[in-house]
Design a protein around this ligand. Structure first.
Ligand code: F6P
Length: 358
């Protein structure tokens, strides 16, 4: 019997989405030949809600290994709104189930991050055959050691830090580089270490601005004419840690700070007198071609998803655990996230190197 496999990409994009789609598609065609048809659902769950899908031709999966972004398009469709009927009066869960049925899908591959996995689990519990694939530059999906997109983003952020180093040295400045990651500091931590940052600030470890300034001053006293800070976009201070997120974000906005690094740079300048600049590479960290590491990982994950389809093993998401590709039940990982623990090896490496964590 023929199998119709749907694929969608949801949430923020990242390098490696197309490589994963290709891995899954090529492995499915190789294994099942003309017994498989692939249906692309456009723009994530939005396409599933609005019936925006089309049958893909096998040729569409060629030449996309190195391509950034996603050939299927993506959109953020917040999980918390999935069961809420809004002004358009659409019952989104009902609509997604209807599209799945209309498209005659036997299963659906959902490539995405934490939000995507929550909705994937919801659909699985509603009786659809779902397989998740862990994508995000944040590397914060529970139950997997790594997500595709992460290492490419580490490479990009590291190159930014490398380039900032030379201009920091020329001008004797303190440079604050803001790295993506609102709740998880993995990207900042890895890029900070790879780029030789002097100070690394992550959301899991609220910073004390006095300690940050002291680290800058210590370097100056040791004859170093510049300092590099790798700051996660979601970094916050020990004082802010005592407040609710809404409260401190409002306070920052009131003070005219648009980003985490804005505030930190201003305070460092005030305390130390050092000339300070910020650099926000932003979505560049999510753009362009995946690294060789991510191409391999994406291909491993994609082909594993194809084997799950062939085995009709649904209600799971693909994962890397202790260097082996495996799967976790969606119900076990949905709603959880993997943050940097205080005893993380890489944090200990930073500590051992004398890198200030604020
Ligand atoms: O989830 C990946 C991520 O890049 C985060 O690091 C960042 O906080 C967020 O997405 C940015 O989202 P958007 O692309 O919607 O601005």
């Amino acid at each position: 019997m023929k199998k119709r496999v749907g694929i969608l990409t949801s949430g923020g994009d990242c390098p490696g989405l197309n490589a994963t789609i290709r891995g899954a598609a090529k492995a499915l065609y190789h294994r099942m030949g003309d017994k498989v048809e692939i249906v692309g659902v456009m723009n994530g769950y939005d396409g599933l809600i609005n019936g925006n899908y089309r049958e893909m031709d096998p040729s569409e999966f060629s030449g996309i290994l190195t391509m950034g972004g996603t050939i299927l398009g993506t959109k953020r469709t917040p999980f918390k709104k999935m069961r809420v009927i809004e002004e358009d009066n659409v019952d989104k869960v009902k609509a997604m189930k209807r599209t799945y049925k209309e498209a005659k899908l036997d299963c659906l591959l959902c490539l995405g991050g934490n939000g995507t996995h929550k909705t994937a689990n919801l659909l699985s519990q509603e009786g659809l055959n779902i397989i998740g694939l862990p994508k995000t530059i944040d590397n914060d999906i529970y139950g997997t050691d790594v997500t595709f997109g992460f290492h490419t983003a580490v490479d990009i952020a590291t190159e930014v830090i490398d380039r900032i180093h030379t201009t920091a040295g020329s001008h004797s400045r303190v440079m604050c580089i803001e790295i993506m990651g609102n709740k998880a500091g993995w990207l900042t931590l890895y890029a900070g270490i790879a780029g030789g940052a002097d100070i690394i600030l992550i959301p899991e470890h609220p910073y004390d601005i006095e300690k940050v300034a002291a680290a800058v001053e210590k370097r100056a006293q040791a004859g170093k004419n510049f300092s590099i800070l790798a700051v996660a976009e979601g970094a916050y201070s020990v004082e802010e840690a005592k407040m609710k997120r809404k409260e401190w974000t409002a306070k920052r906005a009131e003070a005219g700070y648009t980003t985490a690094t804005n505030r930190i740079a201003h305070q460092i300048e005030k305390i130390t007198g050092a000339e300070t600049r910020i650099c926000v590479p932003g979505h560049m960290q999510r753009g362009g071609s995946p690294s060789a590491y991510d191409r391999v990982l994406a291909t491993q994950f994609g082909t594993y998803a194809a084997s799950l389809v062939a085995d009709e093993h649904y209600g799971v998401t693909v994962a890397m655990v202790n260097r082996h590709v495996t799967s976790n039940p969606l119900v076990d990982i949905a709603g959880k996230s993997r943050l940097v623990p205080d005893d993380c090896d890489m944090l200990n490496v930073a500590r051992a190197m004398g890198i200030s964590l604020g």
